[in-house]
Structures are given as structure tokens and as C-alpha cells.
Write a new protein. Sequence first.
Length: 267
Amino acid sequence: MDVIALSWWQLALAALMVVALAACTAVARLGMSRSLLVAAARTVIQLALVGLVLEALFAAERLHWVALMALAMLLIAGREVMARQKRRLLGGWAFGIGTVAMFLSSFTVTVLTLTVIIGPEPWYRPQYAIPLLGMMLGNTMTGVALALDRLTETAWRQRAVIENRLMLGQRWQEAIGDIRREAMRSGLMPMINAMAAAGVVSLPGMMTGQILAGSPPALAVKYQILIMFTITLGTGFGTLAAVAAGSRRLFDGRERLRLDRLAVPRQ
């Protein structure tokens, strides 16, 4: 089945509906019209540029170009993790912990999926590697950001409880144990909800895209199951690693709570 081509005037009609929504938010005095229009403009520009880059990348099909693209995606995701935290760790630790956690989890699971399960030739074929890594990083980024934000914010609010536990002789792992577990749960919850609702409440994006592109529904379902399992693995391990490293950073070598290592949120 052929894919129905979209022309620019059809995309312009969709853009006009977004403009209409922005006008409605302006009338309702929500203060979001400008943000909505800027976000829509960024979507067009960023996706158009990415499309050009991917076309060149698919044509070249070289490992070093794929690795360079993957590195850029990882660094941008690390910055987004830091930007989404209200009380981030100072000194670049929020960026470093989030980036390393995503690298260890997302990159490992992506390479294993490409080499062991899917098996394209070559294994770094951009058609498979870049979309898979992008989905892995996007979801892992959300999980890590939610978990670190919950960790630092809750530690700040419950600092008296943590210090009392330390004075009673508990190790730092015990003093912050409940907060760590809640932070890990908050990072894992979006993927658990997504898996529970897949196919019942919503049709996931990759499956929908493959069906629109003409793939048989049974094949689209198989790929979607694989993607959701791998994304969950990457998000889970990334969240666990980030919370473990982040919570350790909140204490010094003498096991004292060091909330001075957290940035003051902007007003």
C-alpha cells in the first residue's frame, strides 16, 4: 500500500488550527499563546533540519556519522534533564549524572537490541539505530528528570527528618531510603502506565506510524512490543543509576546532609 503524500499546503492547514488555538488562549487570558506559537515554530524548524540531517545520514551509512549523531542526541538530552529540575545539583552534577545514567542504560540496551534481536546489516544501520536510540533517550530522559527532581525536592522538604535519622545513628542510605524509593517509583511510573494502557487506551506512536506507512498490523505490533520493552529497560536502569548517584551526592564523606550542593530555584 502506498503512503499518502502530504503537501505543504496541507501542513499549513494544520498550522492554522494551531494559530486558532493560540488565539483562543489569548482571548481566555491564559498567557500561553506566545509559548504555543514559539513551540509550534520550533517544531517545524527542528524537524525540518532533522529530516535533512537524517537523509544525509541514511545516504552515507557510516559508523562515525551515526556515533556523532548519537553523541549530540545524548548531550542535548542531558541538558534537558538538568533544565527540568527545580533544585538541581550544583557544579554540573545534574547534567553529568543524568547524561552518564542515560549513556549506560540507553546506549547499552540500544546496542544489544540492534545486535542481538533486530540484527540489521550493518548493525549500526541509521534507519534502525537512530529512531531506536531517539525513543530510548526521550523516555529515559523523562524518567531520569522526574526521579532526580523528586529526589532533590523531597530531600529539601524533609531535611529535618533526614538529619534526625543521621543523629540517631542511621547510615545515609537508611536516612534517605524512603525518599530514594519514591524517586525511583516516580521515574518508572510513566512507562508502567504507558505499557498498561498500550492498545487499550492509546495506540503507541511507532505502531501508528508503521501502520500509516503501510506495514501489516501484526508486524507493527511486534515492533511496538519490542520497543516498549526496550524503552522500559532503558528507563528503569537509567532511573535507578541516576537516583543512586544523585542521592550519594547529597551526602559528603562523613555522611552529613549537604543541601548546599543544590541550586536555589528561580522565582
